[in-house]
Design a protein around this ligand. Structure first.
Ligand code: URP
Ligand code: ZN
Ligand code: ZN
Length: 452
């Protein structure tokens, strides 16, 4: 299979230039001016379009047993929605309950994704308890290329771990050369504040944010940073939501702690006032949507590269699931779906209508995730020899987001009616066209598990 993408403007993390791209089989074979069309090649005219490396979502939940229910997507629906939105690789959190064996979790999660995912995928290996068996499994999985772990400082009684397990996970990661990603909120403070608010009759979704205030996330971030400092491990704060926590991470970095920061699309764009609406449960995620005043700092940090990556924390629950917490905000399944919308939202509100440079946009949504998680330059780059994961992007497209036209398996959108100033026209995964103009045209189950 030969594919020639002609007349496009290639945008990578550090360059913007006009050139054609020749794809042979699954990889990029040549990049140059006015390449001739090989016999039998499929030609895509990218005139007037931008050509990006396939986008990587470093933080998604597809299979997720959580808060007494399950996130709604399957790897079939989640991957197809991802591809339509320009994401060609995602990293899923493999998160077995603390009562389950890690190896059983590995078998379950990989079994669910295999032969279902249409895009490439890999996992952050969730460490939800510590014992000899967990350690042995982590060693085995890391040797097999699963070199990123995930810990939750929040979610007491579910995924959350104690400080001994945190220390041991980080020490092992340091030994194995793995990176540890962390949800940084102090679980005990969240639990105490939740009980206090409920006892005061404060039960609605608008009390979710006050039950896990910015300072609680800043404390979690400081806690994680201190443990990184003591162990010398490499860490990554997921879904950092506010300026105070950001400052903590930046201070740690300034004193030499190896810490990177992820922002997620909802925190850049949505704010806590939405939880006051009658359907406020739609907007409940953790860390919570914050006061709008944080957003300028997040956008600036993104442009400056202080926020390294942008993911989604895609976590789809239907409205009927959200209604489980109608009388008690602590029972609302936490999560906002966005896997299909991240690229278009960040392009529209970051690049087209904001101050985010195109290069940093590509860097944060593709190249940095690839570099941090051991996928670069196979992914996250437009180079000869890289996988031909390419997004031909139409900046002239105008449309809007709606649950009715979305491909995610969920019955609402937190971004309903939001306007878009662009969308992927053609998306390829390893040389095959997988999505075109808002439609999935690929092969279900073609996605590969990426070992790193
Ligand atoms: O609210 C969220 N973020 N749900 C998914 C689980 C997590 O903490 O990432
Ligand atoms: Zn989290
Ligand atoms: Zn998450």
């Amino acid at each position: 299979m030969t594919l020639l993408i002609k007349n496009g403007e290639i945008v990578t993390s550090d360059r913007r230039y006009k050139a054609d791209i020749l794809v042979e089989g699954e990889t990029i074979a040549q990049i140059g001016d006015d390449l001739s069309v090989p016999e039998g090649a499929e030609v895509i005219d990218a005139g007037g379009k931008l050509v990006f490396p396939g986008f990587i979502d470093p933080h998604v939940h597809i299979h997720l047993p959580f808060m007494g229910t399950f996130a709604k997507d399957t790897h079939a629906t989640g991957s197809q929605a991802a591809l339509i939105g320009g994401t060609t690789t995602y990293i899923e959190m493999l998160a077995p309950a603390g009562s389950e064996k890690l190896l059983d979790g590995w078998n379950l999660w990989t079994g669910l994704a295999a032969s279902k995912s249409a895009c490439d995928y890999t996992f952050h290996i969730g460490v939800t308890r510590w014992d000899d068996e967990t350690e042995a499994t982590l060693r085995e999985l890391a040797a097999g290329g699963m070199k990123s772990f995930k810990v939750f400082l929040a979610y007491k009684g579910a995924f959350g771990i104690d400080d001994a397990a945190l220390y041991k996970t980080l020490a092992l990661a340091k030994e194995l050369g793995a990176i540890v990603t962390a949800h940084c909120e102090n679980a005990e403070l969240v639990s105490q504040l939740q009980q206090k608010l409920l006892s005061e009759g404060k039960t609605g979704p608008e009390w979710h944010e006050p039950s896990r205030p910015e300072a609680v996330e800043a404390e979690g971030t400081a806690h994680f940073a201190t443990f990184l400092e003591m162990t010398g491990a490499k860490g990554y704060v997921v879904h950092l939501s506010n300026e105070q926590a950001l400052q903590v991470a930046l201070d740690a970095k300034a004193r030499g702690v190896d810490i990177s920061v992820e922002g997620v699309a909802p925190h850049f764009l949505l704010d806590r006032s939405l939880t006051l609406q009658p359907d406020g449960a739609k907007y409940v995620m953790s860390p919570p949507l914050r006061d709008k005043s944080n957003q300028a700092a997040l956008w600036k940090a993104l442009e400056d590269g202080q926020i390294d990556t942008v993911g989604t924390d895609h976590c789809p629950f239907d409205l009927s699931q959200k209604a489980m917490g109608r009388d008690n905000f602590t029972l609302i399944p936490n999560g906002i779906p966005a896997i299909e919308d991240r690229v278009n939202l960040m392009y529209t509100y970051g690049v087209s209508r904001g101050g985010l440079s195109l290069n940093r946009f590509v860097d944060a949504l593709s190249t940095r995730p690839a570099q941090l998680f051991g996928l670069y330059p196979r992914k996250g780059a437009i180079e000869v020899g890289s996988d031909a994961d390419l997004v031909v992007y139409d900046p002239a497209y105008r449309g809007q987001i709606s649950a009715g036209t979305s491909h995610m398996n969920v019955d609402y959108s937190a971004f309903e009616g939001w306007q878009l100033d662009g969308r992927p026209e053609v998306v390829t995964v390893r040389g095959q066209v997988a999505a075109e103009q808002g439609r999935f045209v690929g092969e279900p189950g073609r996605g590969q598990l990426l070992r790193r």
